[in-house]
Design a protein around this ligand. Structure first.
Ligand code: F6P
Length: 545
């Protein structure tokens, strides 16, 4: 009898066998063999065209990759996520970020649907009130979003990405790091009377966020004309809101329950910008803009849930990653948005992909035997061309890339956008095809081509061509990558929704703080390693009185 596991192993073996024939093929030859490559290897959904013709694969490759998806029970896992099953089993949680952008009837259960609708309504009312403040008099002009990791990267990236739709009367700022350099410059130049803080922390225990929040609270309280406990409490109530899963901790901090926005356990930090975590996005671009972001994501969700495997963008993007990592041996992937507004996209994606997929055991806790999560890095184009692209062209490392291009500029200036696009297209083509000896000879004016001017090419890439950078299109893009991560979790048989790997360092930092605070003796010194102890001694010795 053939078991599911046998079928899966057979599918993997077939892929590895097939890879032997393709590893030596050059993209130049694949394009020469198939003039219809662009048509055969591109997909479109909504406002995203995905061209993966410059990946080193064929129709047969995709067929074999889809066999792995089928043997991994991809469709069943997708259904389990949509139905709100506890697929994040190591945290005993469902995975419900799709419900945040779904119509109420499509929520996995009535409670989730109702909570999402209520939250959105509260966000709408809150945004409307801030956007309708009368001119003159005391009003909020600046909002500081305090949060870190998933409570920072998504909203920060989206606010920058959508700067072209920015509401004129509110400025949004972010401070994540516990390094005073993140918050101090903001406090130095803003007026506490016109500043609102949004403390965003799912757990409301994160050291960095709470340290920043306490400093912000002191800053607000210090400006009060009359210092009484009552006045302090009123000021905190007026100048703070919280977004969290831990209402008790937020109210204990001094934020009244009426100014606490909750989100569910099943919304992971890196998937949370669609929840009230995105309040700063809604304040930046208006609630209708935020709704458009959600509707774009919903459009991608519907595509992901219903499109056949052959046409499914997130699944195809995931299968391409799997091919590059497991068959062609890629250890990293470069992400290059040719859009200044998407400058923070690689950093956001790093958390989304690397915190989700950087795992070493499977869902049963057994060591994973196949490679997974490549290192993700990237830079905005064209800047990256003048910094890291030398490495891509001649560094001799295999680095598949994602290029992101916008058909229409979000900040049009005459003479700019087509140059930007020409550069993006030039780089993906130069990386893919390199230059033959004859081409090099001709380009270099007939001189004998020198080895240091050699362009081997064969560096694959996928290009995502977005119609324009609106909230609706950004929603589609982010949901595309979220679902790709989900697919890779299924294909690599790991839990993409926990992040236990961040715990040890967090706890050690808590234990080390008293060692740095103690003026003389280092408490618990005998339990510390020689390196940490030596560094603590050096820090204390050099500390100014
Ligand atoms: O340290 C990692 C992490 O747990 C992320 O997963 C999370 O997004 C971030 O910290 C912030 O956590 P919180 O929202 O609870 O402050």
């Amino acid at each position: 009898m053939t078991t599911t596991n046998d079928t899966l192993e057979a599918a993997w073996r077939a892929l590895q066998e097939h890879a032997k024939t393709l590893r030596a093929e050059h993209l130049r030859d694949l394009f020469a063999e198939d003039p219809r490559r662009f048509a055969d290897f591109s997909l479109k959904n909504g406002d995203i065209l995905m061209d993966f013709s410059k990946q080193r694969l064929t129709v047969a490759t995709l067929r074999l990759l889809r066999q792995i998806a089928q043997a991994s029970d991809f469709a069943c896992w997708r259904q389990r996520m949509a139905a709100g099953e506890t697929i994040n089993h190591t945290e005993n949680r469902a995975v419900v970020h799709m419900a945040l952008r779904a119509p109420i009837h499509a929520a996995p259960d009535a409670t989730t649907g109702r909570e999402v609708a209520e939250n959105l309504d509260r966000m709408r009312i809150f945004c409307a009130a801030l956007h309708a403040q009368p001119k003159g008099g005391e009003r909020v002009t600046d909002v500081i979003h305090l949060g870190i990791g998933g409570s920072d990267l998504g909203p920060r990236m989206a606010v920058q990405a959508l700067a072209a739709c920015q509401h004129p009367d509110l400025r949004i700022h972010f401070a994540a790091n516990v390094d005073g350099a993140a918050l101090a410059p903001l406090l130095a130049r803003l007026n506490p009377r016109s500043t609102l803080f949004i403390i965003v922390s799912k757990t409301f225990t994160t050291q960095e966020t709470l340290t920043n929040a306490r400093t912000a609270r002191e800053w607000i309280e210090a400006t009060l004309p009359e210092k009484t406990a009552r006045a302090d409490a009123d000021a905190v109530a007026r100048h703070f809101v919280a977004v969290t899963g831990n209402r008790a901790a937020a109210t204990a901090f001094g934020i009244p329950a009426s100014r606490v926005f909750l989100f569910a356990d099943g919304v992971g930090g890196r998937f949370s910008l669609w929840s009230p975590v995105g309040l700063s996005i809604a304040l930046a671009i208006g609630f209708s803009g935020f709704s458009a972001l959600l509707s774009g994501a919903r459009q991608m969700d519907e595509h992901f849930l219903s499109a056949p495997e052959k046409e499914n963008l997130p699944l195809t993007l995931a299968l391409i990653d799997l091919w590059n990592v497991n068959a062609l041996g890629a250890c990293s992937r470069g992400v290059f948005p040719y859009s200044q507004s998407l400058e923070l996209f690689p950093a956001y994606l790093q958390q989304l992909e690397m915190e989700s997929l950087g795992k070493s055991v499977d869902r049963q806790g057994a060591p994973l035997t196949r490679e997974r999560s490549p290192i993700l890095w990237g830079a905005v184009g064209t800047n990256g061309q003048h910094a890291v692209f030398q490495f891509l062209h001649q560094g001799g490392r295999f680095v598949p890339c994602d290029f992101i291009l916008l058909k229409h500029a979000d900040f049009p200036l005459p003479d700019h956008h087509l140059r930007l696009l020409a550069n993006g297209l030039a780089q993906s083509a130069a990386l893919a095809f390199g230059e033959t000896k004859a081409e090099a000879h001709a380009r270099q004016g007939g001189a004998t081509p020198s080895p240091w001017r050699d362009f081997p090419g064969n560096q694959p890439s996928t290009t995502l061509l977005l119609e324009r950078l609106t909230p609706h299109v950004l929603g589609q893009l982010l949901a595309l990558y979220e679902h790709k991560v989900f697919c890779l979790g299924v294909l690599w048989q790991l839990n993409a929704f926990d992040q236990w790997g961040v715990e040890l360092g967090k706890q050690m930092a808590e234990r080390l703080l008293p060692c740095l605070e103690a003026p003389e003796e280092t408490p618990g010194a005998s339990a510390l390693d020689a390196s940490t102890l030596g560094l603590i001694a050096a820090l204390k010795a050099e500390r100014l009185p």
